[in-house]
Design a protein around this ligand. Structure first.
Ligand code: GLC
Length: 459
């Protein structure tokens, strides 16, 4: 077949101005709707019960855990004041068996990992009163207090029995009690909230926290009076966890047939459709599905004669990391493409055209993710404008703290996001936005919120 067939596939990932505007309008509508809806199925715009950002002057020792889609991090965080922190952190991979086993096994394991951390930092449990722990939970939670919340749908390949609808503080403290650990959960936050809080500790103009990793999501600061579904104690403003991952209703998202396929075979079809188009867990899979289709149509790798190699058949076999490797090579021969296919898939014999095509496909999928994330940030900036953000004041800088491997490691991601933001917001407004890498927001943010909660800075 001709290269136009290949180009058709690539073009499906290239967004028009109109498609980008539809994403912004659709997300804005859902951001507004999420403030009032009491429908328990709508998991967006979750109140965090956090009503102020840290000042940078906080001090004390707090434990923290950060449970993400891939790893569990445990940390002892010393807040030293002046924006300084001392952290001892340990990382444990969450295995497939744990992700798909019982809640009890998962929370026993978390307690074991915490015990290991306490051993490493040599805290004398005999003489310590209850240790306060801040928890970052990178899944949707219906928060009912600063340290309580019921677990909603999990996604990211998790399928734990006996956990949905239960209170996370009870689940965690149950594990700690079974292992005789004197640990109390004093704060539970989403990872985006942790990113916002911890980045504000070092960069006070931070008004939005974004995660771009296995999943994607964002948190921002909203006027409490606008959050009509919130019925807790009175406050002026509050950090909201948008759960923008789950937005994308009424198909304003420009899904290709590959996006639809990813959704259809996922553990929870119809859930997190925005995330499935954007985040690190799925970008590589989009490339794989496109490649399989292109090979079958003989529109790439013609030497295979339309037969898809076994190595390219398993779901998620093409990692987003391979895309980073391919895009980081600044060489028109695209030899990194050869390397990836030879070393990871045993496929050799690519032509110069094949290499260029793989590069173009990878680039289109990566750029779409950056553009869609920029569109989502623009929707959030519009929503917050005039309240926590002022895009029209030439002297006001708004920082978006972004954590996650996609933003950190994917070549040119930040640049492409900024380009898209400039196109959407115009040069002047975009020049007042800073996209900054926020690191380890999970643990430090959780420790900060545990402290803020302890000192009465939360409702
Ligand atoms: C998923 C979770 C969300 C989290 C995001 C980034 O979308 O539902 O809570 O913030 O991943 O880790």
């Amino acid at each position: 077949m001709t290269s136009s067939t290949f180009q058709d596939t690539v073009n499906e990932f290239v967004l028009s101005k109109d498609q980008v505007q539809k994403i912004i309008d659709g997300l804005t509508e859902e951001l507004v709707e999420g403030l009032s809806t009491k429908d328990p199925k709508n998991i967006t715009q979750q109140p965090s019960y956090i009503t102020r950002l840290p000042t940078g002057q906080e001090t004390g020792l707090y434990l923290a855990i950060d449970m993400g889609g891939t790893n569990l991090r445990t940390a002892a965080v010393h807040l030293l004041g002046d924006g300084q922190v001392g952290v001892t952190m340990e990382k444990h991979e969450i295995t497939h068996d744990l992700k798909t086993g019982t809640g009890e096994a998962m929370f026993d394991w978390i307690a074991d990992c915490t015990a290991q951390l306490l051993k490493s930092v040599a805290l004398d449990l005999g003489t310590t009163a209850d240790l306060q722990m801040g928890v970052t939970f990178s899944f949707a939670l219906h928060q009912t207090a600063i340290n309580r919340g019921t677990v909603l749908a999990m996604g990211k390949g998790f399928d734990l029995s006996d956990v949905m609808g239960k209170d996370l503080k009870d689940l965690l403290e149950g594990g700690f009690a079974r292992k005789n650990l004197p640990v109390s959960v004093s704060a539970i936050i989403n990872d985006t909230v942790g990113t916002l809080v911890s980045h504000a500790y070092v960069s006070p103009s931070t008004k939005i926290g974004v995660i771009l990793a296995t999943g994607t999501n964002a948190a921002y600061i909203e006027r409490a009076a606008d959050v009509s579904k919130y019925n807790g104690p009175a406050c002026d403003q509050m950090i909201l966890n948008t759960e923008w991952d789950a937005m994308g209703k009424a198909s304003y998202l420009p899904q290709t047939k590959y996006d639809k396929e990813i959704d259809a075979v996922s553990l929870v079809p119809g859930f997190q459709e925005f995330e499935k188009m954007v985040s690190g867990l799925y970008m590589g899979e989009l490339v794989r599905l496109s490649l399989v289709d292109l090979i079958e149509r003989n529109a790439i790798f013609e030497f295979l004669g339309g037969k898809v190699p076994e190595s390219l058949k398993p779901r998620l076999a093409f990692k987003t990391l391979f895309m980073s490797t391919i895009e980081s090579e600044n060489n028109p021969e695209h030899t990194a493409v050869d390397h990836v296919f030879k070393s990871s898939f045993g496929i050799e014999g690519l032509t110069a055209d094949d290499r260029r095509r793989v590069f173009e496909l990878v680039h289109a999928v990566g750029k779409r993710s950056a553009t869609m994330t920029a569109a989502a940030c623009a929707a959030l900036l519009h929503k917050a404008n005039g309240a926590s953000v002022n895009l029209d004041d030439a002297n006001e800088i708004t920082t978006i703290g972004i954590d996650g491997s996609v933003f950190e490691k994917y070549p040119h991601f930040s640049h492409e996001m900024m380009e898209a933001l400039t196109e959407i917001l115009g040069k002047d407004r975009a020049s007042r936005i800073r996209l900054e890498l926020a690191r380890d927001g999970g643990c430090i943010g959780a420790a900060l919120v545990a402290m803020v909660s302890h000192s009465g800075g939360a409702v």
